[in-house]
Design a protein around this ligand. Structure first.
Ligand code: FAD
Length: 355
């Protein structure tokens, strides 16, 4: 099971969209690279997405470097179209990927990293962490939660509203996942929405395209030292996808308030009112999948490390790609990760060249 005949120049950990974007630039170099991914199949986190999940932007605005995503059947590509694109992308560029291999630990001897996986040890001079967030669901610590007797599920594991038919469901979290899941579950179940603040919705005609163009304008303005004050849209606000608009038209996109604490049967709201629930669906976001680096780098409680864009500040031959605003402008999107991947591979080339 030992894949390492000799030492690699670079190992990319993670074969989702970010790992593939790195692969695109790596194959143009003479670096000896390998991408490893712990999933049995191609597609990264999209394989775990819920059945109805669609992209925020049309296909031509959702593409990795080099090859546009083929036109989708409807305006917004569905998850299977994204998975198909990612699978065809790695075939098309004959990227060197091995699956399923899970990285468990990284250690360092001199200039070489020893990467322990569930299939043996691999050695490398540089590492790109492109592991995303999907495997690290985050649930906030709310008083009394351990006492709640009902069912709990995080959006990371949610698949279909059918599982909650006729139940009394509490959806927690005012982001996009919360709004999308609330909209569809409320068709089959009685649902309340718990939020920390009043949810904010984008105008109906603003989708991922507009957000990306706006974010790009801001990026270039700030690069030139121009302060960007006219921020029209908050990028974190809820995108009015067709399913979310439909929920709004039925009047279900209303916050029921903020949770004060949990008891055996459900919640006590900040207002003091008690309410029982069968199920809680946590739409409260994610940490970062970086645990395997704990012995070479300082991780905070969310799994973040100090970086200067993609390279780690303390461990100069480890790079982080695809984690959104933490490591690169718009890098958690298909269209945005290319720029981050390109600069990272350029830096790695120069690092290896100078060894
Ligand atoms: P991932 O896709 O998570 O890939 C990382 C891979 O690394 C996975 O296969 C994982 O299993 C593997 N891995 C993790 N740990 C290890 C390990 N220790 N060893 C080996 N392998 C490992 N993006 C868009 O561009 N447009 C959208 O419209 C959009 N909508 C979204 C809607 C929702 C509700 C969510 C949650 C996300 C959305 N995204 C969208 C973002 C997108 O899904 C993620 O940002 C993207 O999947 C990140 O890609 P990645 O390659 O960085 O990580």
């Amino acid at each position: 099971h030992n894949y390492s005949d000799s030492t690699y120049d670079v190992i990319v950990i993670g074969g989702g969209q970010s790992g593939l974007a790195c692969g695109y630039y790596l194959r143009r170099t003479d670096l000896r690279y390998l991408i490893i991914d712990d999933q049995p199949k191609c597609g990264g986190a999209w394989q775990n997405a819920w059945d109805s999940l669609t992209l925020f932007s049309p296909s031509e605005h959702s593409s990795l470097p080099g090859w546009l995503m083929p036109k989708s059947e409807n305006e917004f590509p569905v998850k299977n179209e994204v998975i198909q694109y990612l699978c065809q992308y790695e075939e098309r560029y004959k990227l060197n990927i091995k699956r399923p291999i899970k990285v468990l630990n990284v250690a360092k001897k001199g200039n070489i990293y020893t990467i322990t996986t569930n299939k043996g040890i691999i050695e490398s001079r540089a590492i790109v962490s492109a592991t995303g967030r999907w495997s690290k669901p985050f649930i906030p610590e709310i008083e009394g939660l351990h006492r709640f007797n009902g069912q709990q599920i995080h959006s990371a594991h949610y698949k279909t509203p059918k599982d909650f038919k006729n139940k009394k469901v509490l959806v927690v979290g005012e982001g996009n996942s919360g709004a999308q899941i609330l909209s569809e579950v409320s068709k089959l179940a009685r649902v309340k929405w718990a939020t920390n603040k009043e949810p904010s919705f984008l105008p109906d005609d603003v989708d991922g395209r507009v957000l990306f163009d706006q974010a790009t304008a801001k990026y270039y303005a700030e690069k030139k030292g121009i302060k960007w004050s006219n921020e029209k849209y908050n990028l974190g606000n809820i995108v009015m996808l067709p399913s979310v608009k439909e929920g709004r038209n039925r009047g279900v996109l209303q916050s029921a308030g903020t949770i004060s604490y949990f008891n055996e049967n459900g919640v006590v709201w900040k207002s003091g009112k008690e309410e029982s629930f069968d199920v809680i669906i946590w739409c409260t976001g994610f940490k970062y999948a970086t645990d395997f680096l704990r012995n070479v780098i300082d991780l905070d409680e969310k799994g973040q490390v100090k970086t200067k864009t993609t390279p780690s500040v303390d461990e100069k031959s480890i790079w982080f790609v695809g984690y959104g605003s933490w490591t690169g402008f718009a890098s958690a999107t298909l269209i945005g990760v290319g720029r981050s991947a390109r600069s990272t591979i350029k830096e790695i080339q120069s690092y290896i060249g100078n060894l």
